[in-house]
Design a protein around this ligand. Structure first.
Ligand SMILES: [Zn+2]
Length: 294
């Protein structure tokens, strides 16, 4: 019973993530063009035909329609499905990282719903409102971590497309950073830790951006200031370290495969996002592991 419940819950979390991923696709497509992404019907980018609900079921529509637009038969970029599936996986990761498996969340309470007597079910129903606040911290942490990841997905794709990180996205991340003084995965850090995080990487990056023109964009600087506010200084350093490794490997790959020349720029935002995400979830184990060498 517990196992079945957990599987159902994991599927629900994944489905919720996929649905939010399909909204992220809209943001990634419309934000750089300054189109309204909150309202306005979705349309095919080739023929501008308005899409119906049937065309908009995440992942399934893409596969069901044979990867083509139903109206103009132009191929649909697999990216939409990749973003949806990725967001679904990230929802699962956030859920599993912060919340205990569910049966134990309710300590068998749910089971009594199916097997228990009316009295037991009544007791459980009465107990539930008292049990949930005990997990509210974990639920908020999971939701906040997931929101951070969603922003990072959008930044990654928009920066890769346009070589720019919209200020609004860094502002949203900074807002989550302010919230994280009191709530979420890094709420335990002292307040000054968040503040040092906001400057410890962004300020040196800003100096480099002006000293070595073309090294970083100011978009990268603002992203790291906002991320530092969320992460605190230790995890911000870890994030930067990972970003340099990922960015370096990506740069070498681009050069080796002759996709870019020596003098070309490539977007560093995706590497920063990868570093921030990895650090948020695995930063502390990584620090412990690294310090183990000394
Ligand atoms: Zn079309």
């Amino acid at each position: 019973m517990e196992l079945a419940l957990n599987i159902v819950l994991l599927i629900l979390v994944f489905a919720l993530g996929v649905t939010i991923g399909s909204f992220l696709n809209v943001v990634i497509y419309r934000l750089p063009q300054k189109l309204n992404f909150v309202s306005g019907r979705s349309f095919c980018p080739h023929c501008n035909h308005q899409l119906s609900a049937l065309d908009l079921v995440p992942v399934l529509s893409y596969l069901g329609l044979g990867r083509k637009c139903r109206y103009c038969k132009e191929p649909i970029s697999p990216r939409y499905m990749v973003v949806e599936a990725l967001t679904g996986v990230l929802a699962l990761v956030s859920y599993l990282a912060f919340l205990p498996p569910v049966g134990f969340l309710l300590e068998g309470g749910l089971e009594s719903l199916y097997t228990g007597t009316a009295v037991e079910v009544g007791l459980m129903a009465a107990w539930l409102p008292f049990a949930l606040p005990a997990f509210s911290g974990a639920i908020i942490a999971a939701v906040m971590a997931f929101f951070v990841l969603c922003l990072l997905v959008v930044v990654t794709y928009i920066d890769a497309d346009t070589m720019e990180i919209p200020n609004s996205l860094s502002l949203w991340l900074a807002a989550l950073g302010l919230l994280s003084f009191a709530f979420g995965p890094t709420a335990a850090l002292p307040w000054y830790d968040h503040l040092i995080g906001a400057v410890c990487v962004s300020v040196p990056m800003c100096i480099l951006a002006f000293a070595l023109v073309g090294s970083f964009g100011l978009g990268d600087v603002k992203l790291m200031a906002a991320a530092g506010l969320v992460l605190g200084w230790q995890l911000t350093l870890v994030a930067t370290f990972i970003a340099v490794l990922v960015g370096g490997a990506w740069g070498i790959f681009l050069l080796a495969t002759r996709r870019k020349g020596r003098k070309d720029h490539f977007a560093f935002g995706p590497a920063l996002c990868a570093g921030i995400a990895a650090s948020l979830f695995a930063g502390h184990p990584l620090i412990t592991w690294y310090l183990g060498f000394f």
